[in-house]
Write a protein that binds this ligand. Structure first.
Ligand code: DGJ
Length: 768
């Protein structure tokens, strides 16, 4: 609810209140962002006692407000050189560098979507309008309240009213001022195939500035971050969560001033920004989002997850169960033919898979990654009968059909580039900067967007696709330095995506950028799922996913079970372990299904049947991250209705491991829960020459017989089941079987080894 009383505005959502006030200088200031204050309660006590100006502070209006210095206030935006000497959120120029916007009016209304940028659905909005009469400029602060989830959005609009051009050098989406309660900043950095690595740092006076200038929001740093009390835990203490609904280069800045106040600001990266507005032109910033919990970080994750599911993800598939995918990339790479694909599709169907996705290499003369991007003609050598014929054959098997595209890129060796070299982004002076042998297309040009829209529409219709994987495989470079090119590129991309979405509302769309290089809420406004990372190694993937779950809902995590030997890490893990990790989110397979051993086939069938039985829990359940030990054990709990599951992911096996209990999240104390472990297959190969302890004949460790056997048979994993009260489970009352410790093997011994995993299912029993 948003209310207005005297000069104050009270925005209250689940778990928080945000109280703004227009001060004596006509500047909006933040009086409170923290635990809920009941609506209607007096806000007077929140108003700071006018302080005596500190030493050398510049006083904005000494006659009228002698005690008000911008340097002391919790400003909701800041322009430099008028007394606010902290890091500014707005840097503008129009015949001089100083700006002084003052409050003019307000409006409270049902939220109105931004014109050119993604906006969440629904909500209530407060608009504060401020004017700088001298510079003939208008600033609007837009606050979007999503009450039920407890999320607040902020965007700014700048308008040049008349006269000279207005230059925007920096225009951040939000600025929040908080008293420092010994906060730590939790951020997520990474690299290709190593996205979402967690980093914690105290907030210091020297400031912490991070972001991306690669043209996309990741993988180096993600726009999602937390500010949390040092003493906070997953279910205790003050935690603030921040997000940006934007997919391009961004900047976040967190700095403490000399009086223990932290300023947090984020928005489009100022590098290469400098946008000029002619009289009558407006700039609107992407939406920044924040939330607060006084009950630890899980509540922040849940707020962002439920908010994204309900208001950001495309409406067409919002609550729909995501299909189980087969993607041929790691199974075939570029080396496929129609016959090979059909063999894979038949096998996929037999295993229970629901959607077949043809990845890169179906067009032009794309036998490797050096050519043909931009051309949407078919690679006749691989698919002589055409895409429609392939798609119909696959549909006839009872599978949906999906296709890979990389629309934003063009290969120098392509018909498109030969016809329109000027459509590619290049500085025209130096040689082109290539990335994966590609250039990017200039999406700021309408004719480029029209070409892509027409070609994609033609191909999607021709191939009768149900699913599209939209890839993006290089960083932006060689950009013109004028007029905010990287920002306008994103506007172009959003425009193209909106048109595709409108034209194909029922299409499943997956966001991919060499894995997770653009996994943000901007892209998720158009996509139903995202390819989390090109790294499908289960150990790496478990930490990437777990960290990503802190800011994003797992119903978008596209996770594939890939070859046992990871192509990224050369680490060998069982298909069952890979499944345990891939199961938390949207399941898929990405290996050569035509080369499976009988035991692998049986395992995959069991995995898929299990997943189908509990799919709503795995895709839409509420996540609690119970434990996360770097290189050690990670425990993630997911619950929905009567069902719940604990996922345990392990790192390097400890020697002589100690006792462990089954960790669980929120359960009803007095309810009874049955629990059991998903049974897995343990390969005989794991035991090396120890196999001779049970074999009637002597077997060689790596010998042919053991290999022959292990392709057909396996040892079942440990037994584990029971029934217990919620409070018993929560107090650590259920012991897990002993991990392998080289002192024998019983039916309860957990053979996990290095990088093992398990899934434990819990079900609430009906009361008698
Ligand atoms: C990068 C993606 O992340 C992969 O999954 C695959 O689609 C390749 N591109 C294809 O070129």
């Amino acid at each position: 609810m948003i209310t207005h009383e005297n000069n104050s505005f009270h925005l209250s959502g689940k778990g928080f209140s945000y109280v703004l006030r227009i001060d004596g200088n006509g500047k909006p200031v933040l009086d409170h962002f923290g635990p809920s204050i009941p609506q209607g309660e007096s806000l007077d006590s929140l108003i700071p006692q006018p302080p005596l100006p500190k030493g050398r502070s510049a006083i904005l209006d000494e006659k009228k407000e002698p005690s008000l210095a911008l340097a002391d206030a919790c400003n909701e935006f800041s322009c430099p050189f008028r007394g606010d000497n902290e890091n500014p959120s707005l840097v503008l120029e129009k015949g001089g560098a100083t700006f002084d916007f003052r409050y003019a009016s307000f409006e409270i209304r049902p939220a109105v979507p931004l014109k050119s940028l993604p906006t969440p659905r629904g909500g209530e909005e407060l608009v504060l309008t401020l004017l700088d009469q001298e510079r003939a400029a208008k600033l609007e602060l837009h606050y979007f309240l999503y009450e039920e989830e407890g999320v607040l959005g902020r965007s700014i609009v700048l308008e040049n009213l008349e006269g000279d051009d207005l230059f925007l050098k920096k225009a951040m989406s939000y600025q929040v001022a908080l008293e420092n309660r010994d906060y730590l900043l939790e951020t997520y950095f990474g690299t290709w195939a190593g996205e979402f690595q967690k980093e914690e740092t105290p907030v210091g006076h020297m400031g912490y500035f991070f972001g991306s200038d690669t043209g996309s929001s990741g993988p180096g740093r993600n726009p999602f971050f937390l500010l949390k009390e040092r003493k906070s835990t997953r279910d205790y203490g003050y935690v603030y969560g921040f997000q940006l609904l934007y997919s391009g280069s961004f900047r976040a800045e967190v700095q403490e001033n000399s009086f223990s106040r932290i300023r947090v600001t984020a928005g489009v990266s100022p590098l290469g920004f400098s946008l000029s507005l002619k009289p009558g032109e407006r700039f609107e910033s992407p939406l920044g989002l924040f939330t607060f919990s006084d009950r630890g970080s899980d509540a922040v994750s849940e707020a962002f997850a439920s908010f994204s599911r309900g208001r950001v993800l495309p409406l067409s598939h919002q609550d729909e169960l995501r299909p189980i995918v087969y993607n041929n990339w790691e199974g075939t790479y570029f080396d496929f033919s129609e016959a090979k694909l059909l063999r894979l599709a038949r096998q996929a169907k037999k295993l229970g898979i629901e959607l077949f996705v043809l990845d890169d290499g179906w067009f032009g003369k794309r036998f490797d990654d050096t050519s043909s991007l931009g051309d949407y003609s078919l690679c006749k050598k691989k698919l002589p009968h055409g895409l429609r014929s392939l798609s119909r054959k696959i549909h006839k098997m009872g599978l949906q059909f999906g296709l890979w595209v990389e629309p934003e890129a063009v290969s120098p060796d392509s018909d498109l580039y030969r016809a329109h070299p000027d459509w590619a982004i290049q500085d025209g002076v130096h040689g082109p900067v290539l990335g994966r042998h590609e250039l990017l297309l200039d999406l700021t040009k309408e004719e480029v967007r029209d070409y892509l829209f027409n070609e994609l529409t033609r191909v999607f219709e021709e191939a009768e696709v149900d699913f599209v994987k939209w890839d993006y495989n290089r960083e932006l470079a060689d950009v013109p330095t004028t007029n905010a090119f990287p920002f306008r590129y994103m506007l172009g991309l959003y425009d193209l995506l909106s048109r595709i979405r409108e034209r194909f509302p029922r299409l499943w769309m997956e966001n991919c950028a060499s894995g997770g290089s653009r996994n943000d809420l901007g892209m998720l406004s158009f996509f139903d799922t995202c390819w989390v990372s090109d790294n499908t190694d289960s150990f790496c993937r478990s930490s990437i996913q777990t960290n990503m779950a802190k800011g994003y809902p797992q119903c978008v995590f596209s996770n594939h079970v890939s070859n046992k030997t990871s192509h990224q890490m050369l680490r060998k893990t069982s298909l069952d372990t890979k499944f345990d990790v891939a199961c938390l989110g949207v399941l898929g397979y990405e290996l050569n299904l035509s080369e499976l051993d009988p035991i692998d086939e049986a395992e995959i069938k069991k995995q898929i049947a299990f997943y189908k039985e509990h799919r709503p829990l795995f895709q839409f359940g509420k996540i609690e991250i119970l434990e996360q030990k770097e290189g050690g054990r990670t425990a993630v709990f997911v619950s929905k209705g009567e069902e719940a599951a604990t996922f345990l992911f392990y790192g390097v096996a400890p020697t002589n491991p100690g006792e462990e209990t089954l960790p669980v999240g929120i359960l009803e104390d007095e309810a009874l829960y049955s629990y059991d472990v998903r049974r897995e297959d343990i390969s005989f190969l794991r035991f090396g020459s120890l196999i001779n302890m049970v074999s009637p004949v002597r077997l060689k460790e790596e010998g042919k017989i053991v290999h022959f056997l292990s392709r057909r048979k396996a040892m079942p994993s440990e037994d584990f089941s029971g029934i217990a009260k919620g409070k018993t489970l929560r107090s650590g009352g259920v012991k897990l079987g002993q991990q392998w410790n080289a002192n024998g093997l019983s039916s309860s011994t957990r053979v996990l080894g290095d990088f093992g995993a398990r899934i434990y299912l819990l079900r609430k029993e009906a009361a008698d």
